[in-house]
Ligand binder design. Sequence first.
Ligand SMILES: [Zn+2]
Length: 255
Amino acid sequence: MYSNMFDTHAHYTDRAFDADREELLAELQEKGVSLVMLAGCSTQDSAACAALANRYDYIYAAAGVHPECVDELPENWLAEIRRIAETEPKVRAIGEIGLDYHYDGYDAEKQKAVFTAQLELAQELDLPVILHVRDAIGDAMEILRKYRPRGVMHCYSGSAETAKEILSLGLHISFTGVLTFKNARKALEVLELLPPERFMLETDCPYMAPVPFRGKRCDSSMIAHTAEKAAEIMGMDTQQLIDRCCENGKKLFGI
Ligand SMILES: [Zn+2]
């Protein structure tokens, strides 16, 4: 049993938690979870994340529009994200934002416009960003080189080569339960070169449950299994790694 686990990326507003959200969130701290950062996906979801964070001392939130949500944007979306980020006391980041070209029919130009508008907002409000990039690392890096935000690349799935460039921009890299999957070779290579002060743990729950819970609904307590795998690869004591990640997250998000 570990203590001090900071889940730096969770989605407790997801429907998957509707049946038992309150019970689950009331018990997480007893299971060793000390902090949770909720990632916003749309204007509506960002408002819901902020409201949920207001009800629990240990929960914080980010406000942002996910690249997969750019098709249903309300006209005032940017003003709304700004309002949430400026007025909600538990909001400590803009996210999750980025580019996602995974599914056919995506609009790259729209995604880039929404992404850069939010990078500018983060810069103006002096907030870190939570980055979501899938199958779009080339375009994303071009934009990141230009804006150089403070923040974290979440659920990183790219090469060791690209990870080096992400680190050189000053960004953090975080990993989900994917680390524990059999096909995690690329992620493990990245871990080997990752300085502990740039590493963060996350679940992306309800998705990405680590082995031995793979395929089940994930929650923040399962981060222990991801931490054990990461500590093994990085040659660290698991609790020490968890403490380190907690410090990194607190510093980045100003908690
Ligand atoms: Zn997410």
